[in-house]
Each structure stands twice: as structure tokens, then as C-alpha cells.
Design a protein around this ligand. Structure first.
Ligand SMILES: CC(C)(COP(=O)(O)OP(=O)(O)OC[C@H]1O[C@@H](n2cnc3c(N)ncnc32)[C@H](O)[C@@H]1OP(=O)(O)O)[C@@H](O)C(=O)NCCC(=O)NCCS
Length: 172
């Protein structure tokens, strides 16, 4: 799966920058609101714990059939990090499949940033040999469902650990 590597992806307002361990300190503050974890579980990480997590993420998946791609979202005009997007690429019967997810620091929510980032991420994945993009979203998480819909995903009737599977085929 070495075909897949994160690259910087730019949009009108944003740079999606491949995650580095050095982002941990700023991101610990960005993701420090406990409310962010209401639907996805967990609690905010300390800078040190996030640094360890980013070390694991940047080392890559121990499973050679799976690729972890992670980005931080930089808002260019304000020169600050605001959140993350990720894509986990694995094989499926229908060819490579990317599971995507997003997270936006509370102070930056409601400005269309997750939507802008997710749309561009799906566009970027569609130019790779990725056949399917999916996301798992809690049924009551309206903001996340709106982001997925804006990125062209549609809900399926499949459930995964209490979340609805959303799907988009990248075939044109
Ligand atoms: C989901 C999340 C990333 C959205 O980030 P965001 O930058 O605020 O999203 P956007 O500003 O692009 O808004 C997306 C849509 O959600 C809507 N929205 C935002 N907050 C909302 C809320 N509290 N309730 C309902 N809808 C909401 C917006 O109106 C917008 O919809 P529209 O395009 O129809 O107007 C953010 O809420 C978050 O990080 N949540 C915690 C982490 C999480 O649960 N991630 C999901 C894992 S898949």
C-alpha cells in the first residue's frame, strides 16, 4: 500500500498539512474541549500524550495492508491549526477503500472549515486508485452528517459500532 502517501492539499482558505509529531503541542490546545469527544468517545489528550499518539500515527500502520494518512488543517489567513482530517486506506472486494474522519477545534466550528477540508480530501482520494470512501457517523451527529453529505457521501443501512456507515463510490 506504499502507493498512498499524504501530501499537502490546499483549498481556498486551508492547507491540509501531513501530520507531524511537532504539531502535537498546538493541536492539544485546539482539541482541548471535552465536548469534542461526545460522539466519538475519549477525552482530550495532554500535549505529551498527543505527541506519543502522533509518533504512533506517523510511524504508520503495523499492518502492511493498511495505510494511515493524517493531516492537520491550517487556516492560512490566521496562521493557526484548527483541526484534523484522516483517511485509513485498506483493501476491499471492490478495490482500495478509504475510511475518512474529521475533527474541528471548538473555536473554529460553524465556519464551514470541516466541509471545505472534507470535500477536498474526497476529491484528492478520488484521484488516487481509491474506489470507495466511507465514514462512520453517530446517528445524532448532525454536524458530521452534514460534512459527509457535502463531501458527496450518502448514508447506508449498515451500522458499525453504533454508527451509520456513509458511502461514496469514486468511480466516474
Ligand atoms: C463534525 C465537525 C468536524 C464539524 O466541524 P465544522 O467545521 O463546525 O463543520 P462546518 O462548519 O463545515 O459545518 C458542517 C455542517 O454542520 C452544521 N452544523 C455545525 N454545527 C452544528 C450543530 N451543532 N448542530 C447541527 N448542525 C451543525 C453546519 O450548519 C453545516 O451544515 P450546512 O453545510 O448544511 O450549513 C465538528 O463538529 C467536530 O469536530 N465534532 C467533534 C469531532 C467529531 O465528532 N468528529 C466526527 C468524526 S466522523
Amino acid at each position: 500500500m506504499s502507493t498512498f502517501a499524504a501530501r499537502t492539499i490546499s483549498t481556498g482558505r486551508l492547507d491540509l498539512v501531513p501530520l507531524q509529531v511537532e504539531h502535537a503541542e498546538e493541536m492539544a490546545a485546539v482539541l482541548s474541549d471535552p465536548a469534542l469527544y461526545a460522539f466519538i468517545g475519549g477525552t482530550p489528550h495532554t500535549p505529551q500524550a498527543l505527541r506519543s499518539r502522533y509518533q504512533r500515527l506517523t510511524a504508520g500502520s503495523p499492518d502492511p495492508a493498511v495505510t494511515w494518512l493524517n493531516w492537520v488543517i491550517r487556516l492560512r489567513d490566521e496562521a493557526c491549526l484548527t483541526g484534523t482530517v484522516q483517511a485509513t486506506i485498506s483493501s476491499s472486494g471492490d478495490g482500495p477503500l478509504a475510511e475518512i474522519a474529521w475533527m474541528m477545534g471548538t473555536p473554529w466550528q460553524g465556519r464551514g472549515i470541516a466541509t471545505e477540508a472534507a470535500r477536498e480530501l474526497v476529491g484528492w482520494l478520488s484521484r488516487l486508485p481509491v474506489r470507495t470512501v466511507i465514514a462512520h457517523i453517530h446517528p445524532e451527529h448532525q454536524a458530521s452528517a452534514a460534512v459527509a453529505a457535502a463531501a458527496g457521501l450518502t448514508p447506508t443501512d449498515e451500522w458499525h459500532e453504533g454508527e451509520i456507515r456513509w458511502h461514496r463510490s469514486t468511480r466516474r
